[in-house]
Write a protein that binds this ligand. Structure first.
Ligand code: ADP
Length: 542
């Protein structure tokens, strides 16, 4: 057939080339591990990524080799990402909050040849070094540092390596299905498993997250990814920022509310992304400081359900729109994002608010369905209330786990997410719970998320987790584990009464346990498994 369009492979290197050429002077602001701020721009990020690509080649690394990072969100980390993936190696981001045994497992499973690390994580590296024999190079993301050199004899320093290299580097023309990055799931059950993304899946995902009905990103934005680069690649934001040419404000190690408020106000952040526990801290700090967070237009909340009270606070107090999004490591991660449609303009404010609490609908490129059983293929109605097993397929969805020679899919090619949800006719997703967190009470299911959302709506509760506790008669019953706000006098009965007009009587939790802290996972999610281990038998009596 004559007459056709050019073919260019979809490559990550083209993102950084584009950002450097068309948005070269757009600022990249980075909080360093030592607390100082570096102001750079896309031109210099691109130059350093080429220097580092040269350095990796000089160390003898080849295409497909795994280069791991254990680092905060900062400019060196960003540069190294483009260097690694752009030159055909695989960027393996590691969550530093994992237990040492998990770290060792992941590094060995990935066969990482290099580890880049921020100084903060030096003790972690020295602690596991003896157990990761395949790692040939340790590179500290910073300038020469005597303490680091003393603790880790053969360590190299990123700034030194860069100083030795030129900014001339020809990005290789790779096949677009070449692997580009690797993230492990948290492994709450069994060993963590790796999701291996490709250049193609990454670029297509990047287009999708930039769309107006997703994050609505543009060159006007000043983006604060609070979500760490080790949590599903900061949800893909470092790629999206290069695609649209926006400013990034990289928060480094300071993820507490007060630090975030300061970054938002000082650098006029327009869009910020993170898990609900992060925003809880931010809202408390903002209230204390009295700031109006004037620049902030959108917050993207995902990773766990967004409590209604949080969405309301952002809207009513700070005039900031919350975009609720759902995804997982296996889905790159964006599966859905919540933006309303033209037909919803007619809805009342209350109806709109209710719809906005849903996890949203899929962008072009992914498809959702719910089925009657895990890995099942029988589809259930998209009526907004029938719940079932949520399954997904699309251009950036996992096919098989890293190193596993078997399909991760159903017999007809869908990925079962392990979530229980309903879909409405427009594809809005209403997530009830993770299958393993649902409370099975006397043959009926109760959503722990719904009960948590109610508790967190109480003005004197700052965080709440609802778990299934074993029960002699009903098998399982809900128990609330909650943190009070400072100086609150709320009692167990007060909180139980608060449920009365909000939920069916049989769904009201059996008891409330007030605690000082709720354990969080490495990505800031409440560790309900740990709470179940601790409080799972409270209803059994002695
Ligand atoms: P992990 O939480 O195990 O570290 P992921 O980050 O991949 O790993 O988590 C994905 C899971 O997080 C989803 O399957 C879902 O249960 C939960 N999740 C993600 N976003 C939301 C959301 N907006 N609302 C409710 N649950 C969510």
């Amino acid at each position: 057939m004559q007459g056709r369009m050019m073919f260019q492979p979809l490559l990550i290197s083209s993102l950084i080339e584009h950002a450097a050429r068309y948005h070269g002077d757009t600022a990249i602001i980075s909080k360093n591990t030592d607390g100082t701020i570096t102001k750079t721009d896309w031109t210099h990020v691109a130059e350093n990524s080429k220097r580092f690509a040269n350095a990796l080649h000089a160390l003898g690394l080849k295409q497909n080799d795994r280069v791991a990072t254990i680092a905060w969100n900062n400019h060196r980390h960003l540069e190294s990402w483009y260097a690694i993936s752009g030159s055909g190696m695989i960027c393996h981001t590691i969550n530093p909050r994992l237990f040492p045994e998990q770290l060792i497992f992941i590094i060995n499973d990935a066969k990482d040849r290099v580890i880049l690390f921020d100084k903060t994580f030096l003790p972690l590296i020295t602690g596991v070094k003896a157990h990761i024999p395949l790692v040939e190079h340790f590179i500290c993301l910073g300038a020469f540092d005597q303490d680091v050199a003393d603790a880790l004899p053969d360590v190299k320093f990123y700034d030194t390596l860069l100083a030795e290299q030129s900014t001339e580097f020809e990005w290789p023309l790779l096949d677009e299905t070449t692997a580009s990055s690797l993230c492990y799931t948290s492994g709450t059950t069994g060993n963590p498993k790796g999701a291996l993304y490709s250049h193609r899946s990454t670029i297509l995902h990047t287009y999708a997250i930039c769309l107006p009905d997703s994050l609505n990103l543009s060159a006007h934005d000043i983006m604060l990814p609070v979500v760490p680069m080790f949590h599903v690649n900061a949800w893909g934001t470092p790629y999206a920022a290069a695609m649209v040419g926006c400013t990034m404000v990289l928060p480094g190690p300071s993820l507490d509310g007060a630090s975030l408020v300061q970054l938002i106000d000082e650098f006029k952040v327009t869009i910020a992304l993170g898990v609900p526990t992060i925003w809880q801290g931010l809202l408390t700090a903002a209230k204390q400081s009295g700031t109006q967070l004037n620049s902030l237009k959108r917050t993207i909340v995902g990773g766990s359900a967004c409590p209604p009270a949080m969405m309301k606070a952002f809207k009513d107090i700070y005039d900031c729109e919350t975009i609720h999004a759902w995804g997982m490591t296996e889905t790159s991660p964006l599966g859905t994002g919540n933006q309303l449609k033209a037909k919803h303009d007619q809805l009342s404010d209350a109806e709109k608010f209710k719809l906005r609490l849903s996890q949203g609908r899929p962008p072009f490129g992914v498809d959702l369905r719910i089925t009657n059983q895990e890995k099942g293929t029988h589809q259930l109605a998209r009526d907004g209330h029938t719940t079932g097993n949520l399954q997904i397929k699309g251009h950036w969805i996992i096919n098989e786990y890293f190193g596993k020679n078997e399909s991760a899919l159903t017999t007809d090619g869908w990925f079962d997410t392990g979530d229980i949800a309903a879909l409405n006719e427009d594809g809005f997703l209403f997530l009830s719970d993770r299958a393993k967190d649902l409370i099975k009470s006397g043959g009926e299911w109760i959503s722990s998320v719904e009960l948590e959302n109610i508790a967190m709506g109480h003005p004197e509760i700052s965080m709440a987790a609802v778990i299934a506790a074993n029960h002699p008669k009903w098998d399982e019953r809900p128990v609330v584990v909650a943190i009070k706000t400072t100086e609150s006098q709320i009692t167990e009965q007060d909180l139980l009464d608060y449920y009365i007009d909000k939920i069916a009587k049989w769904q009201i939790p059996d008891t409330v346990i007030f605690v000082e802290a709720i354990p969080l996972s490495g990505t800031g999610k409440m560790l309900k498994k740990d709470l179940r281990e601790k409080f799972g038998d409270v209803l059994l009596g002695s």
